[in-house]
Design a protein around this ligand. Structure first.
Ligand code: FAD
Ligand code: SF4
Length: 486
């Protein structure tokens, strides 16, 4: 839906107003092409206008705060000058999926939050939107092409996990001519890009378009393949010269209160996967039979991170009767993005700050949730103020469905992979050398959430790219050793 705004060109306003008058479908279709043309022109102008706001300040704080060190001032300048192909080439030289980052990076905490113009109180240059525009324009003009190999190499790399870390590493190594296979337990590649992040934030065609391009470039994808079930780590090591573990973190944190075993209490990923699969056109029994479909229901989401925000906003889109978000700290101390909270509130989500579940009540299915009111004490080891229960403060909320979004921990990989020598931290993340991304097992590297804990797409891409540099180095050394022996 496009809304009328005062700075829209007159001819575009005409179409927007027409849309608001609810015209017959035939008329909309007839005018759709015209509208698309005008809309494209409008976006093009907007991108140029935003790009020309960059002061080229000489101290690129935006670039410093982008995990990929994207050359932002230069591609903004090229965009402002209308040199869009060069802008795209520069943007993609440091980022394997600029169209994804442009859509879903929390820019307020990264590039845009540190823009000098923002700091001086004049509103940031909308860097993410320009990055998205540059890359979408490149797709449209067919400038985004599959990898072309100059020299095929025999050495092979097995990557466990087809999320952003695995995909970025795969692309970088394939460009060097290596044989790359990605193994993933899901039926589609993309990791959390495809099944975690909802369509309204990241359209699924964007992810599929990218993974299809990688397939065309010669990367092999083996879906529905779970390491630990279909093969052990050692079996995979025997097939490849190098292994990258990029499995992300998926063990949902639990709430241990009475009534937790009642029906209709679900982990966030169950809810989001069902919704994303449905959006992709799959038959999803638990959605179709109403179990994981919240239409007409009173929904309570527990948690204060970005996953919780995705659950509340997905619930709104499924036409829930009411959507509440329970968080044990206050607005200032929540981990999720302030922009997401603002968006959720705009959409009608009610935030119940300083509240913690005490008990789930119901006969078979959950019917109510008993909640303790909290207050904030001194900062704990995480630096955030510790939530403390207020005495005699409990209250009750009605719920048809509860969605638990309390964060994720790594699975027990040494056990699952049948490789007890694989070193992990006390949190269960894989211990890797942060310079080389190599684990304690020679020839086994790791990247993304599985080494950082739940993080961001842009950091996963950076890890994948860095792992690729070290893997190339490792493979070259291996090859030259072989040549010396021969
Ligand atoms: C709901 C949600 C919303 C988010 N929103 C944002 C956002 O807006 N912006 C942002 O920057 N970040 C967001 N994130 C975080 C971001 O998605 C992750 O940081 C990022 O995807 C991590 O990338 P990864 O490649 O390390 O792992 P993942 O994307 O998790 O990919 C790991 C892949 O490994 C596969 N795998 C796991 N175990 C095995 C196994 N044993 N065998 C084979 N395959 C296996 C999985 O199937 C998966 O495909 C969000 C996360 C969630 C959960
Ligand atoms: S990758 Fe993310 S942080 Fe970097 S410029 Fe793009 S939107 Fe900003």
């Amino acid at each position: 839906m496009v809304y009328a705004s005062p700075n829209m060109p007159e001819k575009m306003l005409k179409f927007v107003k027409l849309g608001q008058q609810n015209p017959p479908k035939r008329e909309i279709l007839e005018r759709k092409e015209d509208f698309n043309e005008i809309y494209k022109e409008f976006i093009n102008e907007k991108a140029k206008e935003q790009s020309s706001r960059c002061s080229q300040c000489g101290v690129p704080f935006c670039q410093v705060h982008c995990p990929l060190s994207n050359n932002i001032p230069d591609w903004l300048k090229l965009t402002a000058e209308g040199r869009l192909k060069e802008a795209y080439e520069l943007a993609q030289s440091t980022n394997n999926m600029p169209e994804v980052c442009g859509r879903i990076c929390p820019q307020d905490r990264l590039c845009e939050g540190n823009c000098v113009i923002e700091q001086s109180g004049h509103g940031t240059v909308t860097i993410g939107s320009v990055e998205k525009f540059i890359t979408e324009n490149a797709w449209e003009n067919k400038w985004v092409e599959p990898i072309k190999i100059k020299l095929e190499k025999k050495q092979s790399v097995g990557i466990i996990g087809g999320g952003p870390a695995g995909l970025a590493c795969a692309e970088q190594l394939r460009k060097e001519g290596y044989q790359v296979t990605i193994y993933d337990r899901y039926d589609r590649p993309g990791g959390l890009l495809i099944y975690g992040i909802p369509n309204f934030k990241l359209e699924k065609f964007v992810v599929e378009r990218r993974t299809n391009l990688l397939k065309k470039g010669g990367i092999k994808f083996v879906q529905n393949f779970e390491v630990g079930k279909n093969a052990t780590l050692n079996e995979l090591k025997e097939k490849h010269d190098v292994i990258l573990i990029a499995t992300g973190v998926y063990k949902a944190r639990e709430i241990k209160v009475p009534g937790s075993d009642l029906e209709n209490i679900f982990p966030a990923m169950d809810f989001l996967i069902a919704s994303n699969k449905k959006g992709l056109g799959d038959k999803v029994e638990q959605f179709d039979n109403g179990t994981l479909n919240v239409q007409g229901k009173d929904v309570i989401v527990i948690g204060g991170g970005d996953t919780a925000m995705d659950c509340v906003r997905t619930s709104v889109r499924q036409n829930a009767r009411s959507v509440k978000c329970l968080y044990r700290r206050d607005r200032e101390n929540m981990p999720g993005s302030a922009r997401e909270v603002y968006n959720a509130e705009e959409e009608g989500v009610e935030f119940v700050w300083l509240s913690n579940p005490k008990k789930f009540e119901g006969t078979n299915k959950v019917e109510n949730i008993l909640v303790d009111k909290m207050k904030l004490g001194n900062p704990d080891e995480s630096g955030r103020r510790e939530p403390i229960i207020e005495n005699n403060s409990e209250f009750k909320l009605k719920a048809d469905i509860i969605i638990k979004a309390l964060g994720f921990d790594p699975e027990d990989l040494p056990y699952l992979f049948e490789e007890k020598n694989l070193k992990v931290s006390r949190w269960g993340t894989i211990k890797a050398d942060f310079d080389t991304m190599e684990t304690n097992l020679p020839g086994v590297f790791a990247a993304g959430d599985i080494i950082r804990g739940a993080s961001l797409v842009v950091w996963a891409i950076r890890d994948g790219r860095e792992a690729a540099i070290s893997i190339k180095d490792f493979l070259e050394k291996k090859e030259s050793k072989k040549a010396k022996v021969a």
